[in-house]
Ligand binder design. Structure first.
Ligand code: ATP
Length: 879
């Protein structure tokens, strides 16, 4: 439909819209007919197809085939029990996969975006999903356009339409009707399309299409990229493939050796295939997904919403956290500490110092009853003139000097300009960062005076805004920013104070002791930034403060040489943030970076973990980020890093656990013939061990609490293998130890001619896995210190697994199925004692490692706490 060619009345008619916005009941009814405003997701996998996927695994299919053949030619019981275990295993795999999918779905739902609409005569924030044709949408810089809109009014509205047209320069929009022939999408200046980004200005638009009916909806199918795996998941998948080849090779050798020794071919075939099924860790990818998505849910409870699962696994590798100041380190609760007007020729006409008039007029604050809604800097200024009675009624002043033009604030220009009708002509009011205003003043002594005063206030940690003005008789239609914002006269300054967030000094100290360097990047004055940074312990004597201007003067290599020493960047523009991330990354640092504006999107994307602000952040920054801070608080990042480290530790743990189990099985079966022993286990035994020991205790390990030293050890190198730091060696030697104990038991039992030697072997191998899982709950701490039962989920799982093992040994029905015989109490206790040895061996390993470490690293990590404990600067709240 050519919506851009209709005039506004026709559009209203067509969409049956009203000037005051839709009535809520009407909107509800429209939602039912139009459907939710979303791009339909790719089809979900049904539960059945997830289950069938589990059985489709190649080795499982071979096992089923082999079991059926062996049933036809020989023992039916074995076939039945093997098939039952295969189905149970598939069921377990299904449950894990299903939970992983559900957890991912829940996560995706949590990040649901919202937008502002005008309904029943007032603004309302609603989920983007609930927008319907006929709604009036309010657009602001940083918004992602929620639906296709015919624009009703615009104020310097520019929109980036690259997602739709490929054009990477933002387009200036207007509400005027277009005439003529078809315009291509990029030329439809009076339209704003779903999914495009408002880079500047404000506007209102009438919704003409939602969901799949929008322009982007038409091409949505092309855009649905397959979900990408996290680096860990793909590494694990590749590892699984390589391991399968290796295990299969071992099984072939095993099969041939068996045949040469004169074993029955079918028995050997079944054993070899069962070993392959047991030893290939097919559950690992699902377990990792579950651990990551459960971790993400936990992070969300802690107010860090993960948008990309990668962030969960990489949080633990962060070495630099680059953070904004306002709102993240400080409370973003500004109060005006003092206003210093200078006399101007317009004071008389205004009836007050012009500074106060400018504070009352130059803003985009909305008045909702007595409440002020808008940017905290501006609401503080308005509240000041309102409460101090400096400017009488702000609303009356706004009516008396109505606004006719506005150049909104942006972090690059660092100023905002409004033009008002005034005394038969126009009054231009400019407010902003002192340097930005100063360079637009008429030449004169004011500039030095201003710089000196600002430096004094900034050193006390205050944010200073300068105000300037000029009058113009005529306001040209096409008045440029340069024309309006030059040759200004000075009106005065206002100093604001924004207190640090409570607990921030502690969070900064925690960061440092965890080997992470916090860096402040702010648009504020260098002295203000340094004062706050010093106060919260972020800036130490050796830390440097660098301004955007200095940064501009440095070449790439010059900057890289010093980037790691800089603790505070001030007066930087968002585009420079990208340079900072890139320089740090070139120095091999792993960077988390916060941002809230549209212009922050590139640096958020580039950062290893881009973090957007949930409360003050723009939609565009949220879309670009890997994680969203629901409370905008720096301390939340530090907590998330701690949680990320814990989650990763636990993933490492269950990989270690499952791989050690599998190695033990391989060693046992492989070494037995070499030592001249008969096959120690039957296929069903291997499958049973795989079923009860692999999945459940592994999952319970991901509920393990954090290690004591979690935030005093350095970050883990990014991309480090799960088998680094001794994990690989552990898997091999503990596996070998378990196999040695199992085979030793076999040898002794055979020597004593015990008829039920195989039950003893089976029990020892099974139980030693449980002892092992208990020991690896901590990499460093002895379990008696950590507490044997401090992970209730694991305790429960182990108790259940132990009882199941007893059932297989003692229940007559199970004896027939599993070819087992009951053990005497003495034998059972002996099995338990032997199976406890790997537990003690792992505890001994911890002791040896701790000793080695204490010899090798006498230097303690930097644990210097933040330079102060209280979070209040000694600044009076108002002068
Ligand atoms: P951070 O980057 O840590 O959030 P910031 O809020 O100071 O710090 P910006 O929002 O980019 O960064 O602001 C930069 C400067 O622009 C401020 O120091 C202030 O002088 C000025 N400024 C901020 N808000 C406004 C505004 N609404 N109107 C005019 N000038 C402003």
């Amino acid at each position: 439909m050519n919506w851009h060619l209709f005039n506004l009345d026709e559009i209203r008619e067509l969409t049956k819209a009203s000037r005051d916005g839709l009535r809520v009941a009407d909107a509800k009814a429209r939602l039912l007919t139009a459907g939710p405003n979303e791009l339909t997701q790719k089809e979900k996998k049904s539960a059945l197809s997830i289950f069938i996927d589990q059985l489709r695994d190649f080795m499982t299919l071979v096992l089923i085939a082999a079991a059926i053949i062996s049933g036809i030619v020989g023992d039916r019981t074995d076939t039945i029990i093997i098939l039952a275990i295969v189905v149970l295993n598939a069921l377990l795999g299904f449950l894990q996969q299903f939970r992983a999918e559900k957890a991912m779905e829940a996560l995706n739902r949590m990040g649901d975006p919202t937008c502002s609409v005008w309904r029943e005569g007032g603004p309302e924030t609603i989920p983007v999903r609930a927008v319907v044709p006929g709604d009036i949408v309010l657009l602001d810089a940083g918004n992602v356009v929620p639906a296709d809109l015919r624009l009703l009014e615009t104020q310097t509205l520019t929109v980036m339409e690259a997602a739709l047209t490929g054009e990477s320069v933002p387009v200036q929009k207007s509400a005027q009707a277009l005439s003529g022939d078809m315009h291509s999408l990029g030329d439809r200046l009076n339209m704003a399309y779903k999914g495009t980004q408002v880079t500047n200005g404000r506007g209102r638009g009438l919704v003409v299409a939602t969901g799949m009916n929008t322009e982007i909806g038409q091409i949505a199918r092309l855009l649905q990229a397959p979900e990408s795996e996290t680096p860990l998941q793909s590494r694990m998948r590749d590892f699984g493939k390589n391991l399968s080849v290796f295990v299969l090779a071992i099984c072939v050798v095993l099969f041939i050796v068996g045949l040469l020794r004169g074993e029955a071919p079918l028995t050997m075939l079944l054993l070899a295939i069962s070993l392959a099924v047991a030893a290939i860790p097919e559950a690992l990818p699902a377990l990792i997904t579950i651990a990551l998505s459960r971790g993400a849910a936990q992070l969300a409870r802690g107010k860090a919403l993960v948008r990309k699962l990668t962030a969960v696994e990489t949080l633990g590798s962060v070495t630099y956290i680059c953070t904004d100041k306002t709102g993240t380190l400080t409370q973003n609760k500004m109060t005006v500490a003092g206003a210093e007007p200078v006399p101007t020729p317009l004071d008389e006409e205004a009836g007050m110092p012009l500074l106060h008039l400018a504070m009352a007029l130059n803003h985009s604050v909305q008045f909702q009853g007595t409440e002020l809604v808008g940017d905290p800097t501006e609401t503080a200024l308005v509240r000041y003139v309102r409460e101090e009675g400096a400017a009488g009624s702000v609303e009356l002043l706004m009516e008396r000097f109505p606004i006719v033009r506005e150049l909104p604030f942006d972090s690059d220009r660092k100023i905002m300009t409004t033009v008002h009708r005034f005394d038969g002509g126009h009054l231009v009011l400019v407010k902003g960062a002192a340097e930005s205003v100063s360079e637009r003043l008429l030449p004169g002594p004011r500039r030095e005076e201003l710089a000196a005063r600002v430096a004094g206030l900034a050193a006390e940690g205050k944010r200073v805004l300068a105000f300037a003005f000029k009058t113009i008789a005529q306001l040209p239609e096409e008045a440029s920013g340069h024309m309006l914002e030059s040759e200004l006269a000075f009106a005065g300054i206002a100093a604001l104070y924004d207190p640090p967030r409570p607990g921030i000094a502690k969070a900064i100290a925690a960061c440092k002791s965890a080997g992470i360097r916090p860096v402040m990047i702010t648009g504020d004055h260098p002295q203000t930034a340094a004062a706050i940074a010093r106060h919260i312990g972020l800036l130490e004597d050796e830390g440097r403060v660098v301004t955007g201007k200095e940064l501009e003067g440095w070449s790439g290599p010059e900057f890289e040489a010093v980037v790691e020493q800089i603790a505070v960047y001030a007066r930087v523009s968002p585009s420079q943030k990208l340079r900072i991330v890139e320089a740090l990354q070139r120095r091999k640092q792993y960077v988390a970076m916060t941002g809230d504006g549209v212009n922050d999107a590139p640096s958020l994307r580039k950062a290893n973990i881009g973090i957007a602000m949930g409360i003050t952040g723009t939609d565009v920054s949220k879309e670009a980020a890997h994680m969203i801070l629901l409370d905008d608080n720096f301390s939340t990042i530090v907590k998330a890093v701690r949680e990320g480290r814990r989650i990763y530790d636990n993933i490492r743990r269950f990989v270690k656990y499952i791989m050690t189990c599998n190695t033990a099985e391989i060693w046992t079966i492989f070494l037995a013939p070499l030592l001249g022993l008969p096959m120690p286990l039957l296929p069903v035994h291997l499958l049973w061990i795989n079923l009860v020991t692999d999945g459940l205790p592994g999952l319970a390990l991901s509920a393990e609490k954090a290690e004591r030293n979690i935030m005093t050890r350095p970050p883990r190198p990014a991309g480090e293998s799960l088998f680094a730091q001794g994990n690989g060696a552990h898997i091999l030697w503990v596996g070998l130890l378990m196999a040695a104990l199992t085979l030793g038991t076999q040898a002794v039992a055979l020597q004593k001619a015990l008829p039920h030697w195989q039950t003893l072997v089976f029990t020892v191998l099974s139980l030693s896995q449980l002892g092992h899982v208990w020991a690896i709950r901590s990499d460093e701490e002895f379990i008696y210190r950590k507490g044997f039962f401090s992970n209730p989920l694991l305790t429960l799982t182990l108790a259940g697994t132990f009882l199941l093992q007893l059932a297989v040994v003692y229940l007559p029905a199970a004896n027939a199925l599993f070819h087992t015989q009951p053990l005497t109490l003495r034998e059972l206790l002996s099995c338990i004692a032997i199976a406890a040895l790997p537990f003690h061996a792992v505890e001994l390993e911890k002791w040896i490692r701790a000793r080695r470490r204490s010899h090798a690293a006498p230097v303690a990590p930097d644990r210097r706490p933040g330079s102060c404990d209280n979070d209040h600067l000694s600044i009076q709240s108002r002068s």
